[in-house]
Design a protein around this ligand. Structure first.
Ligand code: MRU
Length: 341
């Protein structure tokens, strides 16, 4: 298996923790030095760092930062609790924090910091490996000489510890000389597709076409798309997939047009304790994201807005889930348990 690479780097761990401020992309590449766990919570909530696996990795390093400042377990537990709760939908976040905290709790007081740092580095490395494997397995799902993929939101290096999940599949197809084109939905209102995915594709010379979210029906009807490949923030035990708002309509459209819809996600995104899609907590976002277009107000602040960050796609609309352990297909309670149990 050849290693697929990217020029995109969202986070650096060395003398401290630095994150690329994703709010400023694609206009500026500004790095922020994370001061402590509270600062990381603020950056996560503000979407300076986002994407399910990267949320987990960032929080893991942030807890390690905190452990370098104090050995005091109650203080570390409080920091861990705040980090885990910074955003509710991506299960990777709380899971990563709990893994680092478990390493801290198991270590002697003098070794708490090094245990936390080591746990965070390990988690980061495992995610990079998972992305490579997901890319390889996902690319195998598509047989053609040239494969065109429709994707949504940002699932690339800016969202993970490696080449990405859905965008990892795209990068792998490109490395194999088989990528026709990647079509990126803009992902209103925060525009993770337009701002981040398009920028990532440009960094790595991937042929990308941007479309408004509501052009997906026309694109799928045109027959130009071989597969819809997306990420996930949480996969419930029945195979329901929570992902960026706009995923569910893409799934309905893909089924209507006979195009396979694939969810690409590491095992850290599966939550077998969540019985079904209705049990997944969905983050509700500020209405101002929708009432404004950039700096311009388009709707009066008094207008109520329905603005969930994520939607849930039922398992019967998901053709396959690709994780580092293999391909889950068909997506049922049994196959999900077999893969993630
Ligand atoms: O609100 P965001 O930008 O954190 O949402 C990100 C997504 O929905 C991604 O599709 C998901 O986290 C998978 S990232 C590999």
């Amino acid at each position: 298996m050849t290693t697929v690479t990217t020029r995109v780097e969202p986070l650096r761990w060395g003398r401290g923790l630095e994150v690329l401020d994703q709010r400023q992309l694609p206009w500026r590449q500004a790095w922020i030095e994370v001061r402590d766990a509270a600062h990381a919570v603020h950056l996560i909530r503000a979407l300076a760092v986002r994407g399910a696996p990267l949320l987990g990795i960032t929080a893991a390093y942030a807890l390690a930062l905190e452990a370098l400042r104090t050995r005091d377990l109650p203080r570390l537990r409080i920091a861990a609790g705040r980090l885990a709760a910074a955003r509710p939908t991506a299960v990777n976040l709380a899971r990563a924090v709990h893994q680092v905290m478990a390493a801290v709790e198991a270590a002697r007081p003098q070794q708490r910091a090094s245990a936390a740092v080591q746990a965070a580095i390990t988690l980061h490395g495992l995610d990079a490996v998972a992305c490579q494997r997901i890319g390889e397995l996902g690319a195998r799902l598509f047989r053609g000489e040239k494969v065109s993929i429709l994707t949504h939101c940002n699932t690339g290096a800016l969202a993970t510890g490696g080449i990405g999940t859905a965008l990892g599949v795209v990068r792998t197809l490109h490395a194999q000389g088989r990528l026709g084109r990647v079509f990126a939905c803009e992902a209103r209102p925060v525009l993770q597709g337009a701002r981040l995915t398009v920028w990532e594709c440009q960094q790595d010379d991937l042929p990308v076409t941007l479309l408004p979210d509501h052009a997906a029906a026309t694109l799928l009807a045109s027959g130009q798309v071989d597969g819809v490949v997306l990420g996930a923030d949480r996969i419930a035990a029945d195979g329901a997939v929570a992902n960026k708002l706009g995923t569910y309509p893409l799934a309905v459209l893909a089924a209507r047009h006979g195009v396979p819809l694939v969810s690409a996600a590491p095992l850290s995104t599966f939550d077998l304790a969540c019985p079904d899609g209705r049990s997944i907590p969905i983050e509700q976002c500020d209405g101002e994201e929708v009432r404004r277009l950039g700096r311009h107000r388009v709707v009066d602040p008094s207008v109520p807005v329905f603005n969930p960050a994520f939607d849930v796609t039922p398992p019967e609309l998901v053709s396959a889930i690709v994780c580092e352990r293999g391909i889950v297909r068909p997506v049922t309670r049994d196959t999900v348990r077999e893969a993630a149990g």
